[in-house]
Design a protein around this ligand. Sequence first.
Ligand SMILES: [Zn+2]
Length: 687
Amino acid sequence: MTASTPLNPALTTWTGHEGLPRFDLVKDTDFAPAFEAAFMTHEAEIDEIAGNGDAPTFDNTVIALEIAGDELSRISSLFWNKAGADTNDTIQALERDIAPKMSRHYSKIGMNAALFKRIDTLWQNRESLGLDVEATRVLERHWKGFVKSGAKLAKDEQERLAAINETLAGLGAKFGQNVLADEKNWALFLENDEDLAGVPDFLRDAMAAAASDRGEMGKYAVTLSRSIIEPFLTFSDNRALREQAFRAWVARGENDGETDNRGLIAETLALRAEKAKLLGYDNYAALKLDNTMAKTPAAVNGLLMQVWEKAAARAREEEADLAKLIAAEGRNHDVMPWDWRHYAEKLRAEKFNFSEGELKPYLQLEKIIDACFDVAQRLFGITATEKKGIAGYHPDVRVFEIRDAAGKLVALFLGDYFARSSKRSGAWMSSFQSQHKLTLKNGTVGELPIIYNVCNFAKPAEGKPALLSLDDARTLFHEFGHALHGMLSNVTYPSVSGTGVSRDFVELPSQLYEHWLTVPDILKRYAVHYQTGEPMPEALLGKVLAASTFNSGFATVEFTSSALVDMAYHTAETQGEPMALEAATLEKIGMPKSIVMRHRSPHFLHVFSGDGYSAGYYSYMWSEVLDADAFAAFEETGNPFDPDMARKLRDNVYSVGGSIDPEDAYKGFRGKLPSPDAMLAKKGLAA
Ligand SMILES: [Zn+2]
């Protein structure tokens, strides 16, 4: 970039509806020069704070840091949104380039000795600064951040740490791209009825759409998108095809050649271990858990193994039931991973006399979105209004205004629901702008949260309604729970806004929200047949609820094995061959050969595509312990929308972000800390 290159103002000055970015004015080629400029601006701001001649104060140091880098965060939020939800070759190339630069940029700030000295002075004198709880936590967060960035290390160690971080960022970006490539590059095109035996209409439609998306009109594609592969494995009667598809699915990232992730895993783990040692921790898990609710690897493994024993025992019983079903069909084979979903569905249909497919006509995307909003209104008094005609970042994106009971605008919400090949798999919440109350450099006081949800529901054929599986509907509620955490945020400082909480607490608002999907009153009102408008029959509803613990041994084994492998990687004394460690860990815990980890290592995006959930996959379960106990609080009142409980929930969980300690937040709501008992009972795994 030269000094004369004009930067696109649409990247940083958002002039759309209520401050929404004008996505239509941003070009992919704008990002590279804008990042360069924003890095420099932020660096100058940091230098000014660090070089301030006045003695450090909370205002001139911590608050100044909180509001610095506004341009960079705007450009980043636009860029990472595209990289995840609507990527292309230009964005992917830039992603590989930007990820390490971003890491280097923040490493440099984290090792700024003059800046650390100011923060350290404030931290040492924190008792005398007259700070409230939130301000103290913000100061602590900055101080710990510096220490973990290597502020206390010698110069050569700092350089090594910066190099490690940079390499890790690049490895993470490549890992994610490899998985996406393996997902994109594989499809099984089916044509004749024999190959489609057992495949229900909704899946046929989704497979037809996926095939035409890939230029194979008139055929049916099995793809590796979870919304197609899982129902295919469930419903297809063709065992050979199920095996073929399953093997492709679990081999993502392990296909030799350019997209093979195994080498990247080894390199990543070795560098993470080295980094932990440099910073004075026993291992990488200890480093990652330092600032969480769980606090130590022992606490995490303790919970996981307690659950594992019960889950594995249940899974053995479930497998025996499936084996009987297979034998009854006159077949002579063991229960293999490509059989489990298929026979579990048959057993479910037999036991509960309904199939997942029967639910689908009652689970219309539109209605489930309405249900999500209705629950939020009943609990928190907020309303959502769709603003048609306002452009999001892709034609499929929908924009909503969220208002409080008094009609005041409290957030913008964007929903991006359908799968497309430019979107990475999974579902997530993120933000373009976070809530806070500080005055920015341009004089703006506070900011409105602009939050979005991305999902990967199969797009219906033209003219047909989008129908969801129960799992999809839960995902929608889950991600909206995260969105509420961002939208109801009511804190002063940006760094503790909304989801700015510890990893093992961040899933509480989302997992808790899932409970309201199956509240009978909500299902009755919103789970209505897309053709007749009839509510889901009472009997079917009853069976659905009774069936909720069905197959929970399988699901818990899938999850817990992944979490245990994640912990094994990050607590290992020596770094051997990762796939051997995966195998040894599974061997040690007695993994059934009929079940595969929910995420095998070569496509374990949570752990390897970034640092977010490394030594942290357990946190979904940790949060489940919390959410089961939290929903029990409502059940105990006899009213799932109990106003007093809802107010406590909002005041202590959804609105406080990271402004208070998670244990205190939970106790403020519930009056006590939970044990795993409520979760085990919910899964039907209680002793
Ligand atoms: Zn989540």
